[in-house]
Ligand binder design. Sequence first.
Ligand code: TAP
Length: 491
Amino acid sequence: MNQDQPRATDVLPAKGCFIDNKWVPAISGQTLPVMAPAEGIVFAEIAAGGREDIARAVAAARTAFETGAWSRLSATERGRLLSRLGQLIEAHFDELVALEARDCGKPLATARADVTATARYFEYYGGAADKVHGEQIPFMNGYYVTGEREPLGVTGHVIPWNYPAQMTGRTLGPALAMGNATVLKPAEDACLAVLRIAELAAEAGFPEGAVNVVPGLGHEAGAALSEHPGIDFISFTGSPQVGTMIQTAAAQNHIGCVLELGGKSPQIVFDDADFEKAVPVIVAAIVQNAGQTCSAGARLLVQRSAWDSLIPMVVERFAKLRAGKPDDAPDLGPIISAKQRERVAGYIAAAKVAGVPVLAEGAVQEQAPEGGFFVPPVLFGPVPRDAELACEEVFGPVLSALIFEDEADALALANGTEYGLIAGVWTNDNARALRVARRLRVGQVYVNAYGAGGGVELPFGGVKKSGHGREKGFEALYEFSALKTVVIKHD
Ligand code: TAP
């Protein structure tokens, strides 16, 4: 550990890895410091899980799946356990909100919404567990054929630091509902709520080995999980670079994967849109979680004929935005780490040097701690189409406004990046809304609305560099299960 990092007086001690419903220290005995990004101080430690800890967790999950109490539970009983976990999350709401807010630096209001959504994921998949019916397939006379959905086995889950609690519900909920035994590697930068949820799963009654969590570094614990020959599927959310490594490891082991790798999502505003309604949503879509959201509305595509009326409204709102610490009701919190702040600040500085016009800049609240990793939000525009800011994911509070001419141009611009996660279309012309929605190469489209965040029920995922596979909704239940065809000959 870097002993020079400033530390809180009461640093939360590392609990360990959660394996077989017990806390066990990392086999190496090592721990990692956890920073509070709004304060810039170490406030907790976590176990530095590694290859051997992952092996132990995979073995525990395998036992639960093959022989243990988990594989014998009916779908209804699995659903009840998931629902009970959702209730326990609600019962520990304030505790989880406080953990998530300090760990990620996010405003309390955002942390509350996140913990609410986390409980909702377990509640939703609790209700869904015994509603996956399979099918009966018409075949030749004398045969009875069924298609049955069965679990994949042991599923691996690697999640990022931006929505640790929600991502846990999003990825473990459907995997457990289908009867898989799970091993999750959360991000080292923010995982305290995840570890607490694992403990609550044991309290809810999940049998040993069904839910295992191994914190640790990505290139150690994360790589070990994705490469482990004992897993049957892997779910990953994070950067395209690591997504490539995960998919390569999955290919080596001949297993499937679902990848959610971020985006550069467009919000397309036509000149007939209701600007009063659109502007608050447009701004919230980039400021939410300080822009550290895979589905952030990072590109504002504005019809030339709307530019002079819409942009001043966005500028006015943007200039009032304030970053601060969770309990000061800021519009946004800090960036997760010093490293990520440097990355975001680098994009902003490079755009300014390149002469991209700054339309508006927010500020940091006066009372915000000096050591916090804050970045004031910036609105750039008009951003040239080939600029970095028009194409690359910044993962910070930076909105790039671009001009388009007509519907065809809007589509070319919207589809013109390597990403394809979500999109927003603002227009009062329903026929145009439908036309554009159908031609956008993304996984979700919002018309006169934006924001996938709370949509537990809505299938979510990308195309192109944004990844593949679908999470959320019923689709995730199909991702985390396999269809088996059973052919019975009868007379
Ligand atoms: P990643 O490195 O992709 O981290 C995501 C998860 O993968 C973390 O749990 C990480 O662990 C783990 N990981 C890292 N290297 C790994 C490896 N070799 N094998 C297996 N797992 C590994 O993302 P980041 O560095 O935190 O952020 C970089 C950029 O990625 C961001 O600026 C943003 O553009 C993008 N990003 C996207 C998303 C979403 S929601 N799509 C989320 C986060 C970041 P550790 O963090 O513990 O090392």
